[in-house]
Ligand binder design. Structure first.
Ligand code: AMP
Length: 470
């Protein structure tokens, strides 16, 4: 078994890891750190929440510290690009924490906040700069930053950075970098066409595939509830009234959709905040900080919060609407079950969204377990059969899930809204004391032992054991 000290990391970094409470390197860390220390280019694919940030931050800090150089004014030595402001900020925090014992400086720049302070921060130059591409180019264009002395480039969430939304900015940025540099790409997903494109940015890279691309983290227990669109909000509110939904991230497809969900929850007495691109940066930061520190337990988000965001102990991710890009599903549910914890992901799937569900299951090779909806969506005349179906759907020990079929979907769940009658009180689950199905409410810690056996991937199982097991 490898220890951090076997990887050639210096004492200040090892001390920072001890302070962070990391006992052992994760698979992506012990495989990536030595070649990155050796100066190699690298493309690393590993599941969400398995320590990719440290896998690049630690060796970068060590390389910069062992070849100390006075930073040139308005320049940086390592450049890390991230698709969202929140992720950029989080990566910079990680660099600062891991590099606490080293004489290296870190800055972060992104849009939505004053550029003046960022110019000041860059004036004397920094060792590590974490940036979103748009603001980085603004700083370059206004003469506040030069990229000609970058030694190391990292594309975090690399497939996102290389896709249509960012590729033009990225091409411009790469032209401004020295040809002679080290380039590192990291992601949990890597669609084949993007992987081909990525080769243009890498020189004789090491390719690490800790788990097949788009493999969902093993400790996420995944289910799907088939429910008409117009009943989703009621179902969500009912789920969230259960205290077992301790820290919940709800994803919608649109910004307005996120606001609508927050309003509906507020009307039912559930406090939630929204985070999406129409919010000001201070509002975004307040929403994420409030969710992180437990001020409110529900955050409703668009995909800007899908990638990389690391919040401790997210118990449930609810896909209120399924993403139309299947890779986004992998990233969304990856907000739970991080750093060796377990978590629950529930997709609310309407009839119109079934093609998206098929794409997701094809990508992840992991059929979602169909779950019954709640009493709220259960018409009276279906009560008994719904109760039976709930009982039948509870996992038995050693049971494996099967691919959802039309037959396996309780009839009660596909009734149009007008047939819905008043709420029906279902008998409480003896194990959980809740009227929701056990699967939906079981605390992640209870799932630890059993998760992984529930959602059985078709084809290859990932070889990686969960983080912390090493
Ligand atoms: P990341 O995938 O980089 O966002 O990391 C996911 C989570 O795992 C973060 O909360 C990290 O602090 C944590 N983490 C990273 N490396 C380790 C490790 N070796 N041992 C335990 N936790 C870790």
């Amino acid at each position: 078994m490898t220890d951090f000290s076997d990887l050639g990391l210096s004492h200040p970094l090892l001390a920072a890891l001890t302070a962070a409470g990391y006992a052992k390197p994760t698979p992506i860390q012990y495989q990536a750190i030595p070649p990155v220390l050796g100066g190699r280019d690298l493309c690393g694919i590993a599941q969400t929440g398995t320590g990719k940030t440290a896998a690049f931050a630690l060796p970068i800090l060590q390389r910069l510290a062992t070849a100390p150089r006075r930073t040139a004014p308005q320049a940086c030595r390592a450049l890390v690009l991230s698709p969202t402001r929140e992720l950029a900020s989080q990566i910079a925090d990680n660099f600062r924490a891991y590099g606490a014992g080293l004489p290296l400086s870190t800055a972060v720049v992104f849009g939505g906040v004053s550029i003046g302070r960022q110019r000041q921060q860059l004036a004397r130059g920094v060792d590590v700069l974490v940036a979103t591409p748009g603001r980085l180019l603004d700083l370059v264009d206004s003469g506040s930053l030069t990229l000609s002395s970058v030694e190391i480039l990292v594309l975090d969430e690399a497939d996102r950075m290389l896709d249509l939304g960012f590729i033009h900015a990225l091409k411009r940025i790469v032209k401004l970098l020295p040809q002679q540099r080290q380039t590192l790409l990291f992601s949990a997903t890597m669609p084949r066409p993007i992987e081909v494109l990525a080769q243009d940015y890498l020189d004789d890279p090491i390719k690490l595939l800790v788990a097949p691309a788009a493999t969902t983290a093993e400790r996420i227990d995944q289910g799907v509830v088939f429910v008409p669109s117009d009943q989703k909000r009621c179902l969500l509110a009912m789920m969230l009234r259960d205290p077992a939904f301790a820290r919940v991230l709800v994803f919608t497809r649109t910004k307005h959709g996120a606001d609508r969900v927050v309003r509906h929850l507020a009307a039912t007495g559930i406090e939630a905040a929204a985070i999406h691109g129409n919010k000001s940066q201070p509002q975004r930061e307040r929403a994420l900080a409030g969710f992180r520190d437990g001020q409110f337990r529900v955050l409703v988000a668009t995909d800007i919060a899908a990638r990389g965001i690391d919040v401790d102990a997210v118990s449930h991710v609810i896909n209120f609407e399924l993403p139309n890009v299947p890779e986004d599903y992998v990233h969304r549910i990856g907000r739970t079950a991080r750093a060796g914890a377990a978590g629950i992901a529930i997709a609310l799937c309407s009839d119109e969204e079934r093609p998206y569900l098929r794409d997701i299951e094809k990508l992840t090779r992991c059929p979602l377990r169909p779950m019954p909806a709640s009493p709220v969506t259960t018409p009276l005349q279906h009560r008994d059969s719904a109760v039976d179906q709930i009982a039948a759907s509870r996992p038995r020990q050693g049971e494996q899930s099967s691919r959802p079929s039309q037959d396996s979907i309780p009839a009660a769940l596909v009734q149009p809204a007008r047939q819905t009658e008043k709420a029906v009180a279902l008998p409480k689950d003896t194990a959980t004391g809740s009227s929701l199905p056990a699967f939906l409410v079981r605390a992640p810690s209870e799932l630890r032992a059993s998760a992984g056996s529930r959602n059985v991937r078709r084809g290859r199982m990932p070889s990686q054991r969960a983080l912390g097991a090493h």
